[in-house]
Design a protein around this ligand. Sequence first.
Ligand code: KIV
Ligand code: NA
Length: 275
Amino acid sequence: MHTTLTLRKLKQERIPIAMMTAYDAPSAAACAQAEMDLLLVGDSAGMVIHGYTSTVPVTVEDMILHTRAVKRGAPGVFTVTDMPFLSCSGSRNEAVSAVRRTIQDGGADAVKIEGAGEFVPLITALTEGGVAVMSHLGLTPQSFAVLGGYKVQGKSEKSAGRLIEDAKQVEEAGAFALVLECVPGELAAYIASILSIPVIGIGAGSRTDGQVLVYHDALGIGNGHVPSFVKAFAHLEPSIHTGLSEYVKEVKDRSFPDASHTFTMPASILEKVIT
Ligand code: KIV
Ligand code: NA
């Protein structure tokens, strides 16, 4: 299993880090089999699993349940769990309690926190307390109401400058890695070049230290909106529809189950119980 140190070593050796979201045991196990470096129990679960229209309704309890399933499926893969909306914005005690439960009850190896600013001192405190923290900057989906939607971040001089400063601050605070979401490739490449911690991109071009995608997007599961930066590496949705329609059809026309899917018993025994 990777550690914060081996991940940093991958960056130094210019070996890209492959990260994928996972929310349950079988998908986590499949990622482990594919030799995924990192798993992210993303609060994107709110959208791709629970059917919410944003990540805002997701709770720490939801994340704990998903994390436990993921760790059962892939106990040997370093797993980062998202701290959901406002779970780290209250008092220091509340934030630490939410993080503690995510790690102790969920079994997460690290937590991910969206944003810099007020979270910078928290990242320092958590790191000093022994928690590995991944930072998430650029498009931070929990703040879509403030950002005005899901848009590319860091395109103007002001917002690019701010992003660079935020990235330096979270590294300085002790974050072991940084997710950069939806920022121009040139800017993400620059930020990756000035930080010594790994920068994992999503919609941030090819010159980061790694990539992360949402499981369902990467495998073409679901019918929802898929951002333009996503590549589907498989197209499972049509197979799912075909399989389910076929099942309904075979139940209705009684072609399933056939003899090969049916248990039998000796007629002599059956005769004795049928009166
Ligand atoms: O929740 C999530 O899936 C994420 C990734 C998109 C980075 O935070
Ligand atoms: Na997330």
